[in-house]
Structure formats: structure tokens, C-alpha cells
Design a protein around this ligand. Sequence first.
Ligand code: CTP
Ligand code: CA
Length: 233
Amino acid sequence: VGEGAGAQDLANLHVLVSAGGTREPLDPVRFLGNRSSGKQGVALANAALARGARVTLVAAHLEVPPPAPHPRLSVVDVSTAESLSDAMRSAATEADIVVMAAAVADYRPENVESGKIKKSGGGPLLLRLVENPDILAGLARDKRPGQVVVGFAAETAASRDELLDLGRAKAARKGADLLALNAVGWSQGFGTDENAVVLVTGAGDVVAEAAGTKADVADALLTAALGVRGAPA
Ligand code: CTP
Ligand code: CA
């Protein structure tokens, strides 16, 4: 009622999506970050809202506006991989579909300096980085019955076959129910309004391909997630 003409096929479902890119602090004024704009994650949140879902958006430094306020939407702002992990784990206890669209820093500085790092002597600055936990793998490991856990994998692959090989291995390694694979390069995939993905299941089956706007890709991903939910492995 009052939702417009679109299909409400996600009514009564809770979609949890992370978007954007984490920032790992080096000192009070500096961080290690990445080029994720958050467009695909925000498009997922908007698409899920339009299809009737309750949506929790975990937002890490979005470069695009979040969805307009909506009675079925909550937005949780996070910064580091650790804070993103905490927010996802807590919201996942009530989610039916969980999508990790955020770009999570694989590593963080081992020590965060309490004062600004100063230049010294003209030599190189060495940073020691430690690996962040794999949030998607943790969500997949701890998922509740009936929950569908979806990830993205941006790969610099030379061919579609190589993209599929990398993606299948990654989906299996992480235990994800669905992985959206896309090819990236220096000028492809980040900050743009378009995206192209191949959707593979944890078992390695290609269930859909989508190319177009990030809104189109969001709708295809949500439809594929509903499909996996209807036919669990
Ligand atoms: N991801 C995550 N936690 C991390 C790293 C990645 O949850 N610490 C999620 C991303 O949000 C994405 C998926 O895992 O949904 C794949 O991310 P990707 O960077 O492709 O995978 P990695 O396991 O980090 O492998 P790679 O060495 O290729 O970066
Ligand atoms: Ca990574």
C-alpha cells in the first residue's frame, strides 16, 4: 500500500547490506582507505526498500547520499573493518539476506600512533600491517537457518574463465551462498554508475548475469538471493 507499482517480493524480509569502504587509522589525522564509493551498496538498499524489505544499511564512508529516510530503513555508520564487523554481526541476528558490498581493508596498521606521525631524516617510513578478520566468512560460518549470505568479488581477471575460476574458489573458501563477481581495473568498477556481474553460488554454479546500472545489478542480485533462499544447497 502506497509503495508504487513494483513487486513487493521482499515484504517481510530483512535485508542487511554493507556499503562503502573502510578506513584504517594510522594516526589521528591519517588512514588507509580504498576507492569504493558505496554506490552499489546504496543501490542494493534502495532496491530492497522498493521491493518491500526492511533494510539495515551499514555505511562505511559513503561518497554518495544514503537512501532517503524511510520507516523500513535503518542506517548504521561505521569506519574501520572492526566496527563494520561488529555492526554486521549484530544486525545479522535478525536478517534474512546479508550482502557484503563494502570494500573491507584486508590489512590495518598494527599500531595506531596516538600523535601525528612526523617526518624523520629523509629515509623510508615502514608500516607494519596486520590482517583484518574476514567478515563475510564469519557471517557465512555463523549464519542462521534460512539466511542467505552474499558477497562481492572484484577481480583483475584477464578473461571470463579466469574470473569464474577465481570467483568459484573465493565463494567456496568463504562459504558464501552467492558471490557477485566483477572484473575491475584501474578505470573499471569503482565510482561508476554501471556494473556488470556474474552471480555464482557457493557450489560454483552460475545462476545469473547482470549488466547495466548499479540499480539493475542490485535487482538481479536480490532476485538471485531469493532464488537461493527458495532452493537451499
Ligand atoms: N570481505 C570481508 N572481510 C574482509 C575482506 C573482504 O567481509 N576482511 C568481503 C568483501 O566485502 C566481499 C568479499 O569478502 O564481499 C570478497 O572480498 P575480496 O576482497 O574479493 O576477497 P578477499 O578474501 O579479501 O581476497 P583478496 O585477496 O582477493 O582481496
Ligand atoms: Ca580483499
